[in-house]
Ligand binder design. Structure first.
Ligand code: NDP
Ligand code: MG
Length: 395
């Protein structure tokens, strides 16, 4: 049973749900980190008494000591800045839950793997941009990666039922988000509030917007290619509005296995923390006969015309090399710009398409080290921020 745990991003949507799982399991994480939300981190320190915490934003970190009781201050060491995250992931624990958002998780993931630490991986951006580097390293260092993303958790559970190499095809399910039935024209007028209101899952802001554009499913195609060593054409997206079937695997003999359950991230989080054990849970269970639950499960083909994010992700997948990095970096800038009211909703995929056209026509990236990728990420983001002004004025 899990004893020592580190949670990177404990104040986020996944981080908070992970702490709820810890409370239910009686696990007290040894290390926590957050970026800015120090008031919430102070409450977490009071409840879980970690040995140390890291706050990556130095200004926010200055405020933390005043929010703690003398006893909490004595028990929990406080560190600040990104460099301290890299030190923290070298401290030996049973598992590190990577629940930080975005590209910022790349460097901590790399350091954790180099230190031989097993990962429960919620963050998808690091594997999408740098899977070619991280996964061979993980194999080399004997590091196990337990997927938390619900679709990848489902696939991993289904794959456990067959010998390696027996997998023929993956079906990634997608709820379709709040605009599943909207026209592209209607989507040009979507507000951030409308886009943040996901019909099935309750999640952080970035991934909620990614779900609405279906960029999230695009990222998940790239994530699945890396985690399960599949080719892009072996991965099919299925729109499944009820969010009960979390994904499916078709094997060479035509058999299809699926994993079902309530749409509650605490279930894949718990499994990634307790694997190979399956532990009893008091969380709601799916009941085929309950009036309140969808008993009819539906599956549709995605509409690429209305959701160009899927075609863009497939283009990045086929191009390979730094194309997924460009795809991800442009999307991170586009989501921030949309949330800030600088571009409209359909401008998100327009910006990503523009960045792919621009960067894939140029001399290609040659330095695929972590530092090389950090530099390239910044270059793509600077280009995209310049383009935001143009796209914004066209909105
Ligand atoms: P949130 O935005 O809710 O939380 C992000 C966490 O990361 C917070 O603790 C935040 O700190 C911290 N953080 C943000 N920026 C930085 C940074 N630059 N350096 C260090 N820490 C930082 O995100 P989610 O919990 O929704 O998602 C986390 C990851 O999990 C994402 O990669 C997402 O794609 C993935 N995921 C999420 C799912 C979900 O249901 N939410 C489902 C599947 C995958 P602070 O709060 O202090 O700012
Ligand atoms: Mg997912």
């Amino acid at each position: 049973m899990l004893e020592d745990l580190t949670i990177l991003g404990s104040t986020g949507s996944i981080g908070r749900q992970a702490l709820d799982v810890c409370r239910r399991l009686g696990v007290f994480p040894r290390f926590l980190s957050c970026h800015r939300q120090v008031a919430l981190l102070a409450e977490q320190i009071k409840t879980f008494r970690p040995q140390a915490v890291v706050v990556t934003d130095p200004e926010a970190a200055e405020k933390l000591p005043d929010l703690l009781s003398p006893l909490d201050r004595k028990h929990t060491a406080i560190y600040q800045g990104e460099g301290e995250i890299r030190n923290m992931v070298r401290e030996k624990v049973d598992r590190i839950l990577v629940a930080m958002s975005g590209f910022a998780a790349l460097s901590p993931c790399y350091e954790a793997i180099m230190a031989g630490q097993d990962l429960a991986l919620a963050n998808k951006e690091a594997v999408v941009v740098a899977g070619d580097l991280l996964l061979p390293l993980a194999r080399e260092h004997g590091v196990r990666i337990y997927p938390v993303d619900s679709e990848h958790s489902a696939i991993w559970q289904c794959l456990a039922a067959a010998p390696q190499g027996a997998c023929y095809k993956l079906y990634l399910t997608a709820s379709g988000g709040p605009f599943r039935t909207w026209t592209r024209e209607q989507m040009t007028r979507v507000s951030p509030q409308e886009a943040l209101a996901h019909p099935v899952w309750s999640m952080g802001a970035k991934i909620s917007i990614d779900s609405a554009t279906m960029m999230n499913k695009g990222l998940e195609i790239l994530e699945a290619m890396q985690l399960f060593q599949m080719r892009e054409e072996q991965i099919q997206v299925l729109i499944h509005p009820e969010g009960i079937v979390h994904s499916l695997v078709e094997f060479q003999d035509g058999a299809i296995l699926a994993q079902l359950g309530m749409p509650d991230m605490r279930l894949p989080i718990q499994l990634a923390l307790t694997w190979p054990d399956r532990v009893d849970t008091e969380l709601p269970r799916f009941n085929f006969f309950a009036e309140s639950q969808e008993r009819n499960l539906h599956f549709y083909q995605p509409d690429i015309e209305r959701f160009p994010a899927l075609a863009l992700a497939r283009r990045a997948a086929r191009e390979g090399r730094e194309a997924p990095l460009v795809f991800n970096a442009a999307n991170e800038v586009a989501v921030s710009a949309f949330l800030a009211g600088e571009i409209n909703f359909t401008g998100i995929t327009d910006l990503v398409a523009l960045a792919l056209d621009h960067f894939l026509a140029q001399a290609r990236l040659t330095d695929f080290s972590v530092d090389g990728m950090i530099d390239h990420d910044q270059l793509v983001k600077a280009y995209c921020r310049d383009q935001v002004a143009t796209l914004g004025s066209l909105a």
